[in-house]
Design a protein around this ligand. Sequence first.
Ligand SMILES: [Zn+2]
Length: 382
Amino acid sequence: MFSAKLDGGRLICLADGYKADELRQLRKKQRFYCPVCHHEVDLKVGDLKLHHFAHKPDSACTVSHEPESLYHLKGKRLLYEWLKQQRIKAVLEPYLRQISQRPDVLVDDGKRKTAIEFQCAALSMTEYQKRTSGFLKQGIQPFWMIGGNRFKRLSNSFFQLSAFHWQFCEESGMPPRLVFFCPEQKAFLILEHLIPFLTNKTSASCRVLPLQQTDLQALSSIQKPSPYQLEGWKRNVRSFRMKPPRFLSKDARQIAALFYENFQIPLPFFPSEVFLPVASGSIFVQPVYVWQGYLYLFLMKHSSFRLKSAVLYMNQLVRHEELKLRWNKREKAVSAVTEYIRLLHDKGFLTKENDMYIPARQVSPGLRLEELLKRDARYFSE
Ligand SMILES: [Zn+2]
């Protein structure tokens, strides 16, 4: 952390531009205390490292998330300076007594307050929810920025996202998007239009915004999906068919068994209809071909059906834990099913009479790989 109290109670903030020599002198005459727990803290002065305060190793400070990494210290300092350059009212590490929380930076633009949390370390769901609801209770909008150290690109348009990342999308009613900040690259990375393919492999459009060419407002602007994203999705389905994974999760094995039983086809030959890039599909934890696979089985068992019965069927799968939701939000799962059915209708796989959907019967299991890839191409283009 950058702030501490002096013997007289005055607050000192190291982000205010102290020189190393100055601080070494000060350290000889002064003791420093944590503004929250009032225990004595050490002033760490370094020529290479950022100057900062640290609790003694045995401290039990309620809001300290230490040991703070240099990466984290550097990041919050850069963010604070960046906000000040934009003449935005910002406070570094303010202690909010009513909720016993200390966000990295608190922003007040006159209209509303925003707490910026620069999250570089692991964070449990409970802690995330506790901190988020604490801010909201105070009328403060939390803004979680994820450390660039937790950004992992798998290919041009695929990223490794875990439950840690997804939790930051939970509260917002908006389509999921993630904002990363890397103090080393001095840039923000924005992931939008998140569509999971596997549990921890997600397709997204990625933008890099250099810190010095970006303002706070620009971080919330939403852009259209990049054309590379759909292209990447198509390539990914292709390689999944050519080189299927050697190890399958329990859920994947289960759907593979069901497809084999019903259509005598193995996983790499699954129909194109279970690999559709459905934006609201991120509500399901399992691979895309699992949740769409179950719905496909449902469609193929009915000569016609109503959207409502597809939703009821999905609800039943959720109740029996065959489908797992990423967040406890059933209405989002309903949107995913609706979007999926509409997409199949748009692509001509389903026809519609009044409010009944009718699956095309010509679908023949046992298509050869080349035919499948051709079908994929039709689905995965605009
Ligand atoms: Zn403390």
